[in-house]
Design a protein. Structure first.
Length: 223
């Protein structure tokens, strides 16, 4: 087995004080990342709790939205491999070493798909929308995937440095998948379980749908 590259785990947080401790502790229990980087736009104690747990915290306040926060995290992360994960206990941290190793083995992007197994914790409208978005990624972009919106994904840092993407607006994970894969970068999906979230959802369905379609169309075949 090839020695893994250095790992950064990054999280975008917005009022996650109820869950930050458990997520960070679970990450440290299964992996030894070079850093856990938190880009925080909270009005609660999330940033203080993250810092107390040893995370590197970057404050982005007032909030600029998920896309700019994620772009900042990906730019500032220092690891050779970057794993993104939501800070709400919905994603299994035990998948982090698998994602990490697959990038080490030669993949450029590895997605942890919630959709390969029917996710019981995902509301039916969300499940239907995610299924449709995945089909559209194939039809419009020629990218075969089951989950364009997963919040858990591994990237090779050198890929992110070379890929020119638009950090503004919602649905940035969609572009970070379909853009590189449509350009020939090496991609793999693994199946994960998806769990009930801690705290309230920050999802905005209508703007999210608009931005998803916009990013898919940007990377359409034959553009």
């Amino acid at each position: 087995m090839t020695k893994p590259f250095a790992l950064s785990v990054v999280m975008i947080t917005l009022n996650e004080e109820e869950s930050i401790s458990s997520v960070v502790n679970n990450i440290n229990a299964v992996a030894k990342p070079l850093e856990i980087l938190v880009v925080d736009s909270s009005t609660d104690n999330t940033a203080d709790r993250a810092a107390a747990l040893g995370c590197r915290v970057i404050r982005q306040f007032p909030p600029q939205g998920y896309g700019p926060a994620l772009a900042l995290a990906l730019k500032e992360a220092v690891g050779d491999v970057i794993v993104t994960i939501d800070c709400d206990n919905t994603y299994p941290t035990e998948a982090i070493p698998i994602l990490w190793q697959l990038i080490t083995d030669g993949y450029d992007i590895v997605s942890a798909s919630r959709m390969i197994h029917r996710p019981r914790a995902m509301p039916w409208p969300n499940y239907l929308a995610n299924t449709i978005f995945a089909k559209l990624a194939d039809i419009i972009c020629g990218v075969k995937t089951t989950d364009v919106h997963t919040g858990m994904r591994a990237y090779r840092k050198s890929l992110l440095n070379a890929f020119n993407y638009d950090p503004h607006g919602m649905a940035l994970p969609v572009e970070l998948l379909v853009g590189p894969v449509s350009q020939g970068f090496k991609f793999k999906e693994i199946a994960i379980d998806y769990f009930e979230r801690t705290g309230n959802s920050k999802l905005e369905p209508l703007p999210g749908t608009f931005w998803t379609l916009k990013r898919l169309w940007k990377w359409r075949r034959g553009r």
